[in-house]
Design a protein around this ligand. Structure first.
Ligand code: EPZ
Length: 421
């Protein structure tokens, strides 16, 4: 397993281009299962997770090819309907084949995701909603096995929690169902809007984009998506904004969409980070001291849980107390112990972490535990005095395209070394 070594305490300077959104690419890739023909997706990031979902589609019978950031997918021959444990255990989002396979084949067998570093993350809301649409499920050997005779039936489903991939699975099931499906308390993340745009381009009839009430009128057949573009990755954008706030300096972030980060931009300004917004770029810099701020993660458009670990690293560099409350996942503070190794003063009390910022961090050997926790360690390392070694960086490779290259072009001193066994 590789590790990343960062020499910290250097202000960043230059320009960085944001890649397509991982959490849009994953559902849009599985949506190609819904109909035969060649689909074309643009701005698809080349990540461990996108390679995993494409491998999963190939295991189901699809063919795909990549030219640069364009990926073409052909789902003419989908014969297999099983998403195996060895694929799902590495990526929970494999559950996104459940809806499209039931809609296309009337059959789907998906390994339960199992726990992961940030919590139990069950898929009960997905299964309950699909069952209301006529699917029968059995659960054995760690697999959820769903089947439906003929087509799924449109129904009204209500989500206790606005689940992102749950909303995406039901949307993909509903577009080919008989009749109308209403989704109440749907998630409103921008990646869902990107999926709705793709399904609409394929001939689906969906109303309520960007709201928590979605209405889908099922159709018999869809056409392939000719040229749908994945939106900019708002979490990658937020990670670089926070990294600039931590390391200081000034940079221009391009190929991004500031409107996808309403809460973060506001919070960073209050913390003392200078932000100038363009239509598809953000100029960011920090010269003065950081001010401590309180954060509470919420579903979109609230503060994203996927930036909680990164903003916590930033707050360790401010002076004063910050309270960071995680309301989405029950165990998303794995990065606290690692930040403490770098000298951070953080106390966890239930769902909240109280950060007593001292304005400095010290380089140390640390370990990544999950994707966004590892991003917070990179943010901390860029600001820390001395050298930081981050092990288990395969977590980072899941969601950050060319991280070393992008940070090197911003002036960071960062290198990847093969970890001796
Ligand atoms: C999506 O995960 C994202 N992943 C996550 O990003 C993100 O953190 C999360 O949404 C919240 O915004 C993708 O889009 C691929 P949820 P998802 O269903 O859909 C509970 C990253 O770093 N829940 O919205 O799996 C669940 O346990 C990843 O890129 C149930 O109880 O999250 C959690 O507490 C990490 N039962 C809450 O709902 C269910 O059936 C929100 O989960 C489904 C979810």
């Amino acid at each position: 397993m590789d590790k990343i070594v960062i020499e910290g305490c250097r202000p960043l300077k230059g320009e960085v281009a944001i890649s397509g959104a991982k959490n849009a690419a994953l559902p849009l890739i599985t949506a190609t299962l819904l109909t035969s023909g060649w689909h074309t997706l643009h701005n698809v990031p080349d990540l461990r997770d996108t390679r995993t979902i494409l491998a999963l589609l190939a295991s189901l019978g699809a063919k795909w090819e990549r030219q640069g950031t364009t990926v073409r997918i052909n789902s003419d021959k989908i014969e297999n309907f099983e998403a195996s444990y060895d694929l799902v255990k590495t990526m929970r989002a494999s559950v996104l084949v459940l809806g499209p396979l039931l809609a296309r084949l009337g059959r789907a067998r998906v390994s339960l995701p199992g726990g992961c570093a940030i919590g139990a993350r069950p898929i009960d809301l997905h299964v309950q909603a699909l069952a209301k649409m006529g699917a029968d499920f059995t659960l054995e050997g760690g697999y959820v096995d769903g089947s439906v005779k003929g087509r799924l039936t449109g129904s009204t489903v209500y989500f206790d929690i606005p689940t992102v991939t749950g909303t995406e699975n039901i949307l993909m099931a509903a577009v080919l169902a008989k009749g109308t499906t209403i989704i109440k308390n749907a998630a409103k993340e921008p990646e869902i809007g990107n999926l709705i745009d793709m399904l609409t381009a394929m001939g689906a009839r969906i109303r309520g984009r960007d709201t928590d009430l979605l209405q889908v009128e099922g159709v018999k057949k869809l056409r392939p998506a000719e040229g749908v573009t994945i939106i900019a990755d708002r979490i990658e954008t937020g990670t670089y904004l926070i990294a600039l706030g931590a390391a200081g300096g000034e940079a221009k972030i391009t190929n991004c969409d500031p409107s996808l980060l309403p809460s973060l931009l506001e919070k960073l300004r209050v913390a003392g980070v200078e932000i100038e917004e363009g239509r598809s770029w953000i100029r960011v810099g920090r010269t003065g001291h950081l001010r401590s701020i309180d954060i509470k993660t919420m579903p979109f458009p609230g503060f994203p849980t996927d930036l909680q670990a990164q903003i916590m690293a930033l707050m360790t560099l401010s002076r004063g107390l910050s309270v960071i409350t995680e309301t989405i996942f029950e165990n998303r503070f794995m990065h606290v112990a690692e930040l403490r190794r770098m000298g951070a003063d953080i106390r966890v009390d239930g769902h909240s972490a109280i950060v007593n910022g001292h304005g400095r961090l010290l380089g140390a050997p640390v370990m990544a535990t999950d994707l966004r926790a590892s991003a917070s360690l990179v943010v901390a390392a860029l600001a820390a005095e001395g050298t930081t070694e981050i092990s288990r960086v395969y977590h980072l490779d899941r969601g950050y395209e060319d991280l070393e290259g992008k940070l090197t072009r911003l002036g960071a001193v960062i290198r990847r070394v093969k970890e001796t066994q």
